[in-house]
Design a protein around this ligand. Sequence first.
Ligand code: UGA
Length: 440
Amino acid sequence: MHVTVVGTGYVGLVSGACFSEFGHNVICVDKDEKKIAGLKQGEMPIYEPGLQKLVESNSEAGRLSFTTDLAEAVKDADAVFIAVGTPSRRGDGHADLSFVYAAAEEIAGAITGYTVVVTKSTVPVGTGAEVEKIIREARPDAQFDVVSNPEFLREGAAIEDFMRPDRVVIGTESEDAREVMRELYRPLYLLETPIVFTRRQTSELIKYAANTFLATKITFINEIADLCEVLDADVQDVARGIGLDGRIGRKFLHAGPGYGGSCFPKDTLALVRTAQDAGSPLRIVETVVDINAKRKQAMAQKIIDACGGSVSGKTIAVLGLTFKPNTDDMRDSPSLDIVPALIAAGAKVRAYDPKGMDEAKHMLDGVDWCKGAYETMPDADALAIVTEWNEFRALDLDKVKDLMKAPVMVDLRNIYNPDDMAEAGFDYICIGKSKVSAAG
Ligand code: UGA
């Protein structure tokens, strides 16, 4: 099949590369000439494990190419995926659909023969209908259907998630369009991946409901973690104890500094706005949004408290800045609340992140940037782990203690064991467990 993907952001680029791996002929389109020139040379605009290899091998095999010429890329396509950004509209939290609609207009002008236009971007309910209207008005003669096919991949595990998804959701009432979509995802039938066929607006809502549910699950365990700290209980044991109940499930029950990233914060807010506009408010989600925002701010106070109530003139070593490991993405990362609050409270912050520092340097002022984990530590009054990169999981604790002024660790991702930390001579503060003090 001939597939065109408009937009080479996370979802667009990964989807394009994976569809070519399935054996389809894929053209990825983007307006950004520099990005396309880079991709043609095998340079990835994002850090995502395995992506570079996939792009290179499929480009070499002639199944994957990149262009800025949308019309040329669309004219012979069986399916055109819209995978452009849908950021939060400034000020009110609604999704900004201007890129989606602009893509629809351009696609309309270029369609030849029957074409399935697929929205893969996360779009509010009713966007597919609007895309259909735009194309129909521009091209009354065109033969096309507009399908919703949301993407559920996670950054850092994007390729695995695309190639082995829990399910594929396809929203259309057209049998012709279903046929094209079945053909596109045929390789997944072999893995017996469930395919949920439904109406377009339902499919659009499924994407938001999924992200919102997961954000709610995280927020739930985060609040339980706060309660555990007061009651001297252990949130990791609570998570295991409830997660083993198949109705609850073990995943997404890691308490932490609050969810971040390019999806949960934006999508929870957009669904809240959609529901309010529809006169059917989602009060649980409204609360989740509020709790999560406050939680990120509260994490700085946790570090300040660990330093005896003031960080004025103190040095804080910060490990990890991205919203999660295995990505260079800094969008809505808890570090963006934590680091400025520490600096505002008078701290000197020395920070390191394996992949996120180029991006972080544009977003955080007044930080001493370090080249490695241990470089953050000399004379530090406290060490804060903000992102659970693997390389922070097995630090040489004797070395850490020798380098630091005071052996205080604030682990916002619970990657160390409190007893081990006490044994190693640290005051250790984590999430959802009582603080332990250095043994002896
Ligand atoms: C999320 C969803 O997991 C994907 O299914 C979805 O396709 C994607 O959004 C999207 O809409 O494009 P992603 O933003 O890449 O994926 O990251 P997640 O792994 O879901 O993590 C989101 C945030 O929640 C991170 O800040 C992470 O640290 C936090 N989190 C996650 C927790 O605090 N606890 C957990 O147990 C899990």
